[in-house]
Design a protein around this ligand. Structure first.
Ligand code: FMN
Length: 214
């Protein structure tokens, strides 16, 4: 009888010890999985910190010879909470230069010359900060002015999103944007939008909102 009670006590003690040990293991397992989770989170944030030039900023870059595109660009920058950069020609366009009725005017000559790249005065210092560029220009003979080509060839647009917009007397945006794709082939070009020079702030902000920019 005495032996039996000793055996029972030993068995009981063994059970209690087993229960404690296995509870400890559960806890340890839980801790390990929590640690793994934390480590995984750390790795993710490290990747994000190390991803270069991706702080989601938006730039509105535009050229405007007579002010129409400038007005739209300013409304777009306001609606998108974006920075703005005016593409200013080193040699300003005179009234005579802009005379599209003159076969010998500067603009006619430039638009007919595939290699024309009018010089730009000033640069975007921090282009790498921008993920998205809204690119504005007037339509000249159905196309973008050649100074836009100069601009696109001046920076690295790889991985950026470019969203063209234009103003015109009546012409649609047509092939003007597609014809610039090869100048920034590594960019993601979205469909462009044509505006009347006098388009309202509401028109422009509806368009900007439709783009779903962050
Ligand atoms: C050289 C030149 C060519 C133009 N060609 C066209 C054209 O092909 N189609 C059109 O609808 N408007 C044409 N326009 C009108 C401009 O696209 C329009 O006035 C535009 O809003 C001007 O923008 P800006 O004031 O920003 O320069 C032309 C204007 C110039 C100066």
């Amino acid at each position: 009888m005495k032996y039996l009670s000793v055996i029972l006590s030993v068995l009981l003690l063994t059970c209690v010890l087993c229960a404690c040990t296995s509870g400890g293991n559960d806890e340890a397992a839980q801790n390990t999985s929590e640690e793994t989770e934390i480590q995984e989170t750390d790795v993710t944030s490290e990747i994000n910190e190390n991803t270069p030039d991706s702080n989601g900023k938006i730039l509105v870059a535009y050229f405007s010879a007579t002010g129409n595109t400038k007005a739209i660009a300013e409304k777009a920058a306001e609606a998108a909470n974006a920075d703005i950069f005016e593409i200013v020609p080193s040699v300003p366009y005179t009234q005579a230069d802009l005379n599209y009725g003159d076969d010998n005017s500067r603009t006619t000559a430039e638009q007919n010359d595939d290699s024309a790249r009018p010089e730009i005065s000033g640069t975007v210092e921090n282009m790498e900060d921008y993920d998205t560029v809204l690119l504005g220009y007037p339509i000249w003979w159905g196309q973008a002015p050649k100074i836009m080509y100069t601009f696109l060839e001046s920076y690295d647009f790889n991985g950026k999103t470019i969203i063209p917009f234009c103003t015109s007397g009546s012409s649609p945006i047509g092939s003007s944007a597609e014809n610039m794709h090869s100048l920034a082939a590594g960019a993601d070009w979205l469909e462009g939008q044509r505006f009347d020079g006098g388009a309202s702030a509401d028109d422009v902000s509806s368009w900007v909102n439709s783009l779903g920019l962050k």
